[in-house]
Design a protein around this ligand. Sequence first.
Ligand SMILES: *Cc1c(COP(=O)(O)O)cnc(C)c1O
Length: 360
Amino acid sequence: MSRVYNFCAGPAALPEEVLREAQADLLDYKGSGMSILEHSHRGKEYDAVHQEAIANLTKLLQLPDDYAVLLLQGGASGQFAMVPMNLLGEGQTADYVNSGAWATKALKEAKIIGKVNVAADTSKDIPTRMPDPATWKLTPGAAYVHICSNETIAGAQYKTFPFTEAPLVADMSSDILSRPFDIRQFGLVYAGAQKNLGPAGLAVVVIRKDLAERVSDKVPVFFRYKTHLAENSLYNTPPCFAIYILMLTTRWLLKQGGVEGIAERNRRKAARLYEAIDGSGGFYRGTAMKEYRSDMNVTWRLPSEELEERFCKEASAAGLKTLKGHRSVGGIRASIYNAFPTEGVDALIEFMREFQRKYG
Ligand SMILES: *Cc1c(COP(=O)(O)O)cnc(C)c1O
């Protein structure tokens, strides 16, 4: 068996150790004679998995007592809807900072629920970048301020977060647990699991508990944060297997030195790749402004679309898979999340040098 280097933006590479453990556990979970896929979500085996996943996240994110972790379904897109359903009250305005494709999707969903003010918009800017918080036009008394911390498609990322008067809400799907941040700056943070945490379909939500009380009783019970908070995310059958993989991935992350440890490695991985791009004499051109370059999704162009296509094809033949940029923007994108190995980045850099020698 040979594993390739998978640069996919999501679902993305998982730690090999996690996959092996899941494989070993699959038929007979810890001597129970059945798979974790078959265990009751009310039984002690699954309960231990569930509690550990939440405990690991609480530890990794250093959550104070007034914050809680929720494990929900529907991915990040489900949260695009749940955030305004729960936090945007009648007659209130929510501020949305539009930094790109994902932020745009989030704000479109909020507009269906209530009033939205676009506080800043760099979604069409080339080179791609995040709107500088000093330029945001915020609404006094806004229900919340929504941002996307890392635009997965554009490869742009906030390097610091502002302090806002209204609760700051962040879609951190593609960079949660990749670097430290202070949760106290945020009212709510959410992420689809398939980039940095585990399988698709699962959403991890971190909420300041008092915000769960805001919801109107017109919102269906299932879509209230309050419901899941009260039931510790066991209101109904949770996505047990996805949470099991999340538990293994967070356990793995703790062994890597936690968020601090992985952040250091992430920075080095990305810096090496950007160095290769910048050192190519213009053959490779980064698409994001330098101060907003993402450590998770590295995006660049070649001199022509034809060369980009050839690049992806030859890379794929060399075991460097899914480097094609998102269909909406083209170019090349290397997604190098927590679980993506440093050797894979080195292999890509070597391939880039070789490719330039041949076609540059
Ligand atoms: C992938 C992604 C999403 C969408 O996630 P789904 O789980 O497919 O809904 C949303 N936001 C960001 C920043 C993403 O990278």
